[in-house]
Design a protein around this ligand. Structure first.
Ligand code: ATP
Length: 305
C-alpha cells in the first residue's frame, strides 16, 4: 500500500460497553487496519470528562476519521465532537444497544466494520438537537422506553438480557400520559394521550424493530412517532407491524414529520437520548440540524407501504 494513501484513524474505545469486555480490541483493530490502508490510534474512555479528553486526542491526532467502539452512548459522544468538520464518523458496534450501527448497516464483526472505513463509503446525515443542549444521533424518546432505559441503567445488568428484563417489567404495568405537540411553529397544538413518543431521524430501534419506516436520514426533517394507549391483546399485532415496517399504518400510531417541534407534557416524563437517561422533563424542544455529520455506511433498502 502506498504510504501517502494511509489514513489516520482515531478509535475511541469504551472498555465497559456491552458484553465484549473479554476481547483485546486494540490488538484485533491494530492487526486489521493495515490491510485497509488505515493507521490506528487509540483512546479509552473512563466515564469521567471523556468529552474534553477526546477533544484533545482529536486535536493531537488530526485524524481522517474517528471511530466509536462501543454502544450508542459512545457514538453520540464522538459525533458531538466532529460535527461540522471534515472528520468522518465510523462505528465498531460493541454496546448493549447498537441502534446507530444497525441503522447504517454496519456489521458486528470487527474486521468487517474496519473494512467499511477502509472502503471510505460515507454519507452526510441530519441530527437532532433537544432542549438546545442534547445532541441526538439515533433515537430519543419520552415515556415507556425512557423508563426502561432508566431502570436498565440503575440495575447495571448490561447486554440484551438486561434490557429485556426491564422491558417485560414495564409491560406488566404500562402507563400513559397527556401532552400537546406543535410542529414547525404551528399555533394549533395537537393533544394526545400516549404511552410513549419517539423522536428520531432514523428508522430502527436497536433491536431492528422499524419505528419510523417513512423517515429519511438526510432530508432536513425528523419524525415524532406517537404511540397511543392500546389494548393488551393488540401487542402481538404491534410487534408484527414493528418488524414488518408497517407501524405507521396502525390506528394507535401517529407519525409527524417536522423541522422543529415543541412537546409539552401535563405531568413530567422520563426522557432518554441515544440510550442515556436524562431524567424527568415537562417540555421538549426539538430542532433538526441539517447534514452536520459524515458517517460511514452500507446502503440498505427500507421497505414501507
Ligand atoms: N471506562 C468506563 N467506565 C465506566 N463507564 C464508562 C466508561 N467509559 C464510558 N462509560 C460510560 O458508558 C456509557 C456509554 O456506553 P455505550 O452506550 O457506549 O455502551 P452500552 O454498552 O450500550 O452502554 P449501556 O449498557 O450503559 O447503555 C456512558 O454512560 C459512559 O459514561
Amino acid at each position: 500500500m502506498n504510504s501517502d494513501k494511509i489514513r489516520k484513524v482515531l478509535f475511541v474505545i469504551n472498555p465497559v460497553s456491552g458484553s465484549n469486555q473479554e476481547i483485546d480490541l486494540k490488538s484485533v483493530i491494530s492487526e486489521t487496519c493495515p490491510r485497509h490502508g488505515l493507521r490506528p490510534q487509540f483512546f479509552e474512555t473512563t466515564g469521567d470528562h471523556d468529552q474534553e479528553k477526546i477533544k484533545e486526542a482529536i486535536a493531537g491526532a488530526d485524524p481522517y476519521a474517528v471511530v466509536a467502539v462501543g454502544g450508542d452512548g459512545t457514538v453520540n459522544l464522538v459525533a458531538g465532537l466532529i460535527i461540522n468538520s471534515a472528520i468522518k464518523l465510523g462505528i465498531i458496534p460493541t454496546g448493549s444497544a447498537n441502534g446507530m450501527a444497525f441503522e447504517l448497516n454496519i456489521p458486528g464483526r470487527i474486521d468487517e466494520s474496519v473494512a467499511i472505513i477502509g472502503a471510505d463509503v460515507s454519507k452526510r446525515i441530519d441530527l437532532l438537537r433537544i432542549n438546545k443542549k442534547h445532541l441526538a444521533i439515533h433515537l430519543s424518546d419520552l415515556g415507556m422506553n425512557a423508563r426502561i432505559i432508566k431502570r436498565f441503567d440503575q440495575e447495571k445488568i448490561r447486554g440484551l438480557y438486561g434490557y429485556a428484563r426491564q422491558f417485560f417489567k414495564e409491560l406488566k404495568s404500562p402507563s400513559h400520559f397527556r401532552c400537546t405537540i406543535a410542529c414547525d411553529g404551528q399555533k394549533r397544538r395537537h393533544k394526545y394521550k400516549v404511552v410513549m413518543i419517539a423522536m428520531l431521524n432514523t428508522h430502527f430501534f436497536g433491536t431492528g424493530a422499524v419505528v419510523n419506516p417513512t423517515g429519511k436520514i438526510n432530508d432536513g426533517r425528523f419524525e415524532i412517532v406517537v404511540i397511543k394507549p392500546y389494548p393488551w391483546y393488540y401487542i402481538f399485532h404491534m410487534m408484527v407491524a414493528f418488524f414488518t415496517g408497517h407501524i405507521h399504518r396502525l390506528r394507535h400510531v401517529r407519525t409527524l414529520s417536522c423541522q422543529q417541534a415543541i412537546i409539552e407534557m401535563v405531568s413530567p416524563q422520563d426522557l432518554q437520548v441515544d440510550g442515556e437517561p436524562i431524567g424527568l422533563v415537562n417540555r421538549v424542544k426539538l430542532e433538526v440540524l441539517p447534514l452536520p455529520l459524515t458517517s460511514y455506511t452500507i446502503a440498505r433498502k427500507i421497505t414501507s407501504s
